[in-house]
Design a protein around this ligand. Sequence first.
Ligand code: IMP
Ligand code: MG
Length: 189
Amino acid sequence: MYSYKDVLAEVLIDEKTLQNRIQELAGQISKDYEGKELVLVCFLRGGVVFLVDLMRKITIPHSIEFMAISSYGVGKRESSGHVRVDFDLKTDIRGKDVLIIEDIIDSGNTLHEALPLIQAKGPNSVEICTLLNKYSRREVDVPLRYCGFDIEDKFVYGYGLDLDDYFRNLPFIGVVDIEKLKKVQAEKL
Ligand code: IMP
Ligand code: MG
């Protein structure tokens, strides 16, 4: 396996900037959901690092749940507009206030398809909190209640987002140098 440094074009969002913004989001969420039955629904796997940092900064009582959704039909990096539920919620969310925790919204297709599935379970409310938003790539509109950072159309990794399934553990968001990536992928295969 290659190193993350082999394919890093630049650090887009450093650790301190990420943590400061997550603190702000957590403060806002703690205020907005005061007295509500908050359940954070984390979309696996990309959302986990964000979830764990965010929930530790939220000061009101809440529970967590997980859901894994995958797009099928086309390549990994493009969504097809059709999703499959690989792992579903394990507790009843009826009457609860759901906040979906996502790593990044790109075309919007995954969430567009997943939202009705969650709504069908009868929660009191459903809102979305995404760390990153690539608005220029949007194909379908998704209602974003909370967004960490709007970013340009660049392929990014780290802080939950993977590159060939690796590097989710990096504490920052990096931009992939596509030329370097192609080169190391060709060498290591
Ligand atoms: P979409 O909004 O349905 O297009 O899909 C968003 C999903 O695509 C995210 O949850 C990621 O898994 C993946 N994705 C989109 N852009 C990136 C990126 O820059 N790096 C890593 N994964 C990405
Ligand atoms: Mg994701």
